[in-house]
Design a binder for this molecule. Sequence first.
Ligand SMILES: Cc1ncc(COP(=O)(O)O)c(C=O)c1O
Length: 385
Amino acid sequence: MTDSRALLNFDSQATTPCAPEVFAAMEPYWNQIWGNASNRQSRIGLQASAAVGLAREQLAEYLHVKPERLIFTSGATEANNLALLGYARARSLELGQPGHLITVSTEHKSVIGPLKQLQKEGFRLTEIDPASDGLLYPEQLVQAFEKDTFLVSVMMANNEIGVLQPLDQLAELCQQRGVVFHSDAVQAVGKINFEIDKIGINLLTFSGHKIYGPKGIGALVIQENTPILPLQWGGGQEHGIRPGTIPVPLVVGLAKAAEIAFEELDIAQVRLFNLRNELWNGLREKIPDVMLNGSMEHRLPNNLNITIPGIRGRLLHQYLRPFMTCSSGSACSNGEPSHVLMALGRSKFEAESSLRLSLGRYTTIEHIKEAVFLITKVVSDLRKE
Ligand SMILES: Cc1ncc(COP(=O)(O)O)c(C=O)c1O
């Protein structure tokens, strides 16, 4: 299948279309097996409950966790809020006082937002600026720890620059100090191989719509001995941590999307890595002063983020828009220059004249060639103006 839009799609990290297999797997659960998964008194409710149970087991297997550790949410934004607000508030109740939290300034807004809220509630927050390659080095984390640090949140793969943080080393430092480690793994699940327990992650977030699943579904993995206070109260679903009727079709779709993503992962990684490198080499050849944002070595295979010097970002995007979709920052940045690129030391002007080019399942070598041609032409036209 190719992308249904005529536009070149280089924005797969923003979202992805629902895969046809996912669509088909969800279909019966909208109007045939439409029962409430919490209602085990009716046959249709039991069927819905069995479908949710199966989906939970499948997802748990892919992630190497126990099924009961998975809490379904409306997406990663909710899962991040639940993890950070839920754990910090539970811990401070135990301790009788708020404590110290650590994160990186290049996190997604759905991590920074709840942490800022916790700051308003009396917790202290350290936001570490990464090194200029976008990575958080273990010694930076060591320096940030305080006596009462009890929560660290570092994303696995950055949504703008694609860098892969050295999570095993960071998590180990947390483990040594009894500090809970949360990771937003939205951009990594189904894209790279990892094992939550081997790394030492206590709380992990992911979302359906980045892996060709439906929008409006995600999950939080909560490992043992990690108390979470709910953000809402109701019917007691999801162990009372996230009450509310479970959206059965979306849960089934999430599991199907994960099944496909995990099945194709090894091959897809290599394919995307090669395509991405073609893109980077093509652009470098035609635009020799193009700058790379973030480490190339520690990076998702499907991400490229570049700055084109001396060009107005607004015009660059305006000229590209009729032909291709890509972004200057995260999908949720509301037109602001990227806080991630600025944390790496790029100026506002440079951040604006940057492109995040993210590849996906349907990207082909022809698309790469077209993108190189298009970007080169737009840059050359703009430089003549
Ligand atoms: C790293 C990261 N975290 C969180 C989110 C939010 O995910 P959702 O749209 O499922 O709320 C996104 C999506 O843009 C993301 O890329």
